[in-house]
Design a protein around this ligand. Sequence first.
Ligand code: PHE
Length: 477
Amino acid sequence: MIQYQTHEVLSHFPTAEGVQVLQDGSHEARVWSVLPFKNQGNPITPAELRKKIGDETSKVGQGRAFKNGWIAKEGDGLVKIVEQIQDTTLNDLQEVALTGTLKAGEKVLADLRKRKLIIQKKGQWFTIHKGPQFSTSTARPETDLTADMLVSGSWKTATYKKYNFEAEGIPTTGGALHPLLKVREEIRNIFLEMGFAEMPTSSFVESGFWCFDALFVPQQHPARDLQDTFYLSDPKESLPPNPKYYERVSQVHEHGGYGSAGYRAPWSQEESRKLLLRTHTTASSAHMLYKLAARCRGEVPEEDQKEFTHGASSTTSGPSSKDDDGFRPAKLFSIDRVFRNETMDATHLAEFHQVEGVVADRNLTLADLIGFMRVFFSKMGIEKIRFKPAYNPYTEPSLEIFAFHPMLDRWVEVGNSGMFRPEMLEPMGFPKDVRVHGWGLSLERPTMIRYGINNIRTLVGHKVSIDGIESSPAVMF
Ligand code: PHE
């Protein structure tokens, strides 16, 4: 729109001392003006002069005034000897202040510079002309080439906006995976690649029998209290369980068996039939283990035993030979919701998700469980784990699993595990040499640790921000 040329000039400007001269006249003029005329009054001594106009002015001024022939000595003092003076220094400075230079030329300028009355500065100025596209209004550059522009031919003269290759695109809209679902998917994949089959866990409501009794949890155990477990009011009671199995479970609780002394405490059918919201997915594991043992009990299962294998088919008939006791090894997992009557706080909710697994095989040892845990957790990215002896009514020995968290710089509990007790396995019908180890962990805890979330309510419940979830790096694939 416009064209311009840049010009560089050297300009002169008065210094602070120069400004002083512009106000009061040059040093020499000031000396001349305070002196008396020759033969008219007392000559002024240099000392008096210094007092009157200052050391600097009198020193510089005297020299110049003498040189100009303005003043002369008379005895010890000084007098002026001309009627009128031309203050050239002042005139020159005025010209410099006004024009930035002097007609008199560089020699005089150099002299003023030497006297530190002016300094030289570099300046820049521009000459500006209308350019070929000069206009007093701005046209919006085109961003699109339209059919209209092609038809009218206006595309030929239009100006176009430059394409910005640095621009970021508009975020695409679409669904987002909740961090919990994402971690669930990752854990599910770990199980699947290790050859586990997924257990059906859709029954949130269980009976006390499957949640506790089948697991050899005594009926007097505090976990069964109202403060810890949500019981149903309608319906209150479950259908009766398989009578033979039921009989074996109640026997082992009350009187022992299978090498156990039992609890020798009263057993109530009513307690066992109470309906509740399952407190752990081990209730589902109990169902599945009972089902797995069906072939050992000699009951040809009507259910498809395929659910115990991941992909590959397995025999659906009972024991095939005299040596075959019907047992088939199994690796099962589940990831689903459980409910506990907890006081809710930043890390506890009344419902959460459990990751659970069981491995059933002959002659498994505690070393198998520990070794398995190391592999499983390393697949989750957790390398440093430690075990602590613990107590569960249904496992012996039991181990709590701790993982070292580098960001928190401490060991955090990540799970609970153990070898299921014979009091639980044998009434189901498993042969004596079959061992089952199992473990459980919360899904929320590793998710919170992984994504640096310290309040569970940012992850679950009505305070979860949908925008936060959608924009969280956790949901990206
Ligand atoms: N049910 C246990 C819990 O809720 C976890 C567990 C499962 C422990 C299986 C041992 C064996 O913490």
